[in-house]
Design a protein around this ligand. Structure first.
Ligand code: KIV
Length: 266
């Protein structure tokens, strides 16, 4: 199967076929996601929380994001790899943002980047797109803004904030984004944005009417225990399965059942 491109994303929207994405942060999990036929892998800054064990996404660095994106790119033969610009990799200036976006493509093997924000990053999106770096914009709940937002709260619930998000969505499209991620907004608003834009919308906590859906892999697999957002769905409890396997190994070693002759050399 050839690698999924931004043109495939746009085609899927036109053909009303749903786009599927998941996050991944390392080779083995990215390989599983890729083999499952998922269209895109976002190497999210959520790595800070679900892999690094941090409180929020703010501390993760460009160095770490490049490292994780390299691991994922090595595994993804079909899925489009999208590197997530971490906090303070683009906020200080457009130039810095463009350079860091370029690193995801040049050093880490990604085909696109994701950036949080609407109007305030419109120029970043424009300049990245002009530099041939496809950009997925991300509006609604943007976790890099938790301190301004006062926590992980659903956005666009008032008429005024919904209107603003609709405007922001158009701004990102006009700036050249190839797709728009909508996080934690009412489904009616997501439906309206999806209907008005010609680029695909990817929802996470934005209801069923988006052109595609993304979830954090560790939520899907039951590997992140601290909390499960209302919008996430745990499809398997890998933590429980891993725990059982590891306890069995410990018991077998302690009781002398492992290794047996089968695992030994003569
Ligand atoms: O960091 C992340 O995992 C995200 C998701 C919304 C894809 O931004």
């Amino acid at each position: 199967m050839p690698k999924i491109t931004i043109q495939d994303f746009l085609r899927k929207k036109t053909e009303k076929k749903k786009i599927t994405l998941l996050t991944a942060y390392d080779f083995p999990f990215a390989k599983i996601v890729d083999e499952a036929g998922i269209d895109g892998i976002i190497v999210g800054d959520s790595v800070a929380m679900v892999v690094q064990g941090l409180e929020n996404t703010l501390p993760v660095t460009m160095y770490e994001m490049i490292y994780h994106t390299k691991l994922v790119s090595r595994a993804a033969t079909n899925a489009m790899v999208i590197g997530d610009l971490p906090f303070m990799s683009y906020q200080a200036s457009v130039e810095e943002g463009v350079r860091n976006a370029g690193r995801f493509i040049k050093e880490a093997g990604a085909s696109a980047v994701k950036i949080e924000g609407g109007a305030e990053v419109a120029e970043h999106i424009r300049r990245m797109t002009k530099s041939d770096i496809p950009v997925m914009a991300h509006i609604g709940l943007t976790p890099q803004s938790i301190h301004r937002m006062g926590g992980y709260k659903v956005q666009g619930k008032t008429e005024e904030s919904a209107k603003r998000l609709l405007e922001e969505a158009h701004i990102t499209e006009d700036a050249g984004a190839f797709s728009l991620l909508l996080e934690a907004i009412p489904m009616g608003l997501a439906k309206r944005i999806t209907g008005e834009l010609s680029i695909p919308t990817i929802g996470i906590g934005a209801g069923p009417y988006c052109d595609g859906q993304v979830l954090v892999l560790h939520d899907v697999l039951g590997l992140f225990e601290r909390f499960l957002p209302k919008f996430a769905k745990r499809y398997v409890n890998l933590k429980e399965q891993a725990l059982t396997a590891i306890k069995t190994f410990r018991e077998e070693v302690e009781t002398g059942t492992f290794p047996s002759e089968k695992q030994s050399f003569k």
